[in-house]
Design a protein around this ligand. Structure first.
Ligand code: BGC
Length: 234
């Protein structure tokens, strides 16, 4: 029952390349429902993805909505969506979803939302998400540098980080090679950002099988939803 939960309630939505996940959070960011998930529709065009979110929201009580989107997002408008569909380029997801759900909606990049749910708020913190795509988020003393997009930068052998470490690569080359590549990627990011802490999230972080450096932590995938509360902080 949500009657005792501290209001307002936030519906956190994580749009991924393979699944769309939702969870309701109380005003302090504590989950008050289970995580609910449906497969991402294919083709993943705006109408189909919005219909899936509306389906997941039906029957849940909430006052506002936070969305993590797998692409660059500016002022609620999605600018890229490499793993969804080109129809998202220039789409006003914030306004359209707000109209459909009848609640205020804030949209942010999915890795940025995951980072907001994972960081400690001290020093330089970097987040990398390992899922269908490779996402990233950078923070200084808890302040976000939005839309970092490390996944589409060149990593090695003419491939981007996403081409070497995304889910398709994991399936093609297997866990051993993927882990070797990830170790190299971590070293590259450490040299680039000199972070105090690196957090590894996303659905494939569970495949990591080497000993991580002292300043690297695996965070649960649910941080992607828990970060939703931070979108409403001043
Ligand atoms: C997108 C990023 C996203 C990442 C993880 C990449 O392909 O460009 O915006 O954060 O996938 O979903």
């Amino acid at each position: 029952m949500v009657t005792k939960a501290k209001l307002p309630l936030t519906l956190a939505v994580d749009i991924g390349g393979s699944g769309i996940k939702v969870m309701v959070l109380d005003t302090e960011g504590n989950p008050i429902t289970e995580r609910d998930r449906v497969e991402t529709p294919r083709p993943a065009k705006p109408d189909a993805v919005i219909a899936a979110i509306v389906g997941l929201a039906t029957g849940k009580e909430f006052d506002r909505v936070s969305v993590g989107f797998p692409g660059v997002v500016k002022a609620g408008i999605t600018q890229t969506a490499v793993n969804l569909d080109p129809a998202w380029i220039g789409f006003d997801l914030g306004s359209v979803l707000s109209q459909r759900l009848g609640k205020p909606v804030r949209v942010i990049n999915d890795a940025d939302m995951q980072g907001l749910g994972a960081i400690a708020g001290n020093g330089v913190e970097l987040v990398l998400t390992l899922g269908t795509g490779v996402g990233g988020a950078l923070f200084l003393d808890g302040k976000l540098v939005p839309n970092l997009e490390p996944g589409h930068h060149e990593f090695r052998k003419g491939d981007t980080y996403e081409e070497q470490l995304g889910n398709a690569a994991l399936e093609t080359v297997g866990k051993k090679k993927w882990n070797d590549r990830l170790e190299k990627a971590i070293a590259a990011f450490e040299h680039l950002f000199n972070y105090d802490m690196l957090y590894l999230g996303g659905g494939n972080a569970k495949c990591i099988n080497f000993t991580l450096p002292r300043n690297v932590k695996i965070v649960p995938n649910v941080s992607g939803l828990l970060g939703g509360i931070a979108l409403w902080r001043e």
